[in-house]
Design a protein around this ligand. Sequence first.
Ligand code: ATP
Ligand code: MG
Length: 565
Amino acid sequence: MRQSKFFMPTLKEAPADAVAASHKLMIRGGYIRQVTAGVYAYLPLGYRVLRKAESIIEQEMENINVPEMIMPHLLPATLWQESGRYEKYGAEMFKLQDRHGRESLLGPTHEETFTEIIAKNLKSYKQMPLALYQIQTKFRDENRPRFGLLRGREFVMLDGYSFAATREQLDEQFDDQKSAYKRIFARAGVTVHPVIADSGTMGGKNSTEFQAPAAIGEDTIATNEKGTYAANLEMAKSIDTFKQEAEELKDMEKVATPDCDSIEKLAKFLNVPATRIVKSILFIADDQKVLVLIRGDKQINEVKLGHVLDANDVHEASAEELESITGSRKGGVGPVNADWADKIIADETVKDLYNVVVGANETDFQFKNANLDRDFKVDEFADIRTANEGEPDPVDHLPLKFTTSIEVGHIFKLGTYYTDTMGADFLDQNGKAQPVIMGSYGIGVTRMLSAAVEQHLTERGVAWPKEIAPFEIHLIQMKMKDEDQTALAEKLEKQLSAKYDVLYDDRNERPGVKFNDADLVGAPIRITVGRGAKDGMVEVKRPTDEKATEISVEELNEFVNKELG
Ligand code: ATP
Ligand code: MG
């Protein structure tokens, strides 16, 4: 490709609203342009990267015998009403009406469509296991679209769906997808950790996220150094190492604790460690009032709590709700005589404590020396706490390390969530009707490109991983009027293009301009044809090299093949 004919509007400065390094680079390099918030045009350079990522995906899906297809973007509301997600999905869904007043939407994901079109057509166990995928534009009216392609309102996703007659088949399909995903990310040059994840509104319980460590990441993952444990912080478990020595139970006593609206203040005021205080927080789970207890030095993890409560809506009681239900303001609420609570759930850290401080259900009052079972009851114990960095992981008991990261992929064992609610049965070996067992698999393809940039930034641009680089070789001619240079550059262009994607900078521009643009193109090899041309010499440079190296044209082939082969 001749650069004089290529459209690559580069900028000296990124727009002021671009925060993420990948966003800045893609705007400055002329990869993308924003059309409206969270919606981008993929210019030729950006589109080349996108197509390369898609082609890796196509090859790896082919490898595991998963065929590609395409579903419509425009979907009827009825489809989503069938699964119950039309309301549940919330404000992120782009809804619209057709001329007849029928409600429609733009697909944010396609579980319903695949259940309707595929699962409902599977009549016998003989047709399974089966999996299909598509690479398609998705629409989500994100509350805060940001960071360029990292969180768009229109973005490209690989989404795949599997259909199985047995749990064992699903497990195999899931493992196949997981290994294909690992290969996709490895080939795209994106370092990822597969981590234990929350399955959110997707239904189903078993899910793995692929998290790409990056400073700009919106997620936090907890890993150990051996890589034997990795979880999204939302789901991370840790071992609680605190142990209180057994003591004699003392008489419970009510004490005034004015102005103690935090554990720190309370601990200081009563001169006790936070581990001797039990925090009580009221949650409303659908219409149930649930009092949640946790040791004073720990924090409640609302995702874990949500799983334990298994309700549609879980939220912490507002100040008004709290006072009208418990008769106390924040800090005074507690489990003793909490008859207003429908249920009391406690974190495991509340077990084996003696003579603790709990709220007295009266503003600015606490009980001292309260004891579990004697003074208050707990209906259920569960792990509902947020793991802390440095705590032992649950597998090898190594210290947990936290890293910010970007969720680039997510795979779920859906089970029969959709096929039950939407009615997609097949006949099993015994001729009995059973719901099809499904899995759902997704990669944010455009988000993955941003993640690749975030992980491969250089001082002046990017060093694209070779399989997704827009061009593999950037051939730069220093002086267009120099005949020796033109002859050599054209010869190399012809030769190298037979095997590689070559961008030939044939523009009448100053070398400085050309080199700046080359930093933004980030091709794995830059070849400069300059003064040495008449002696058969060129300069080569990789984006991460500090300086260019002069080599002869004879050596060039070997160098290129070694780097790109
Ligand atoms: P997030 O928590 O980041 O909002 P999600 O849980 O909503 O992601 P999924 O519904 O699992 O995402 O979608 C599958 C994949 O699509 C994600 O792993 C992510 O890579 C990508 N993705 C999701 N939302 C966006 C978005 N707004 N822009 C770009 N990619 C996205
Ligand atoms: Mg989301």
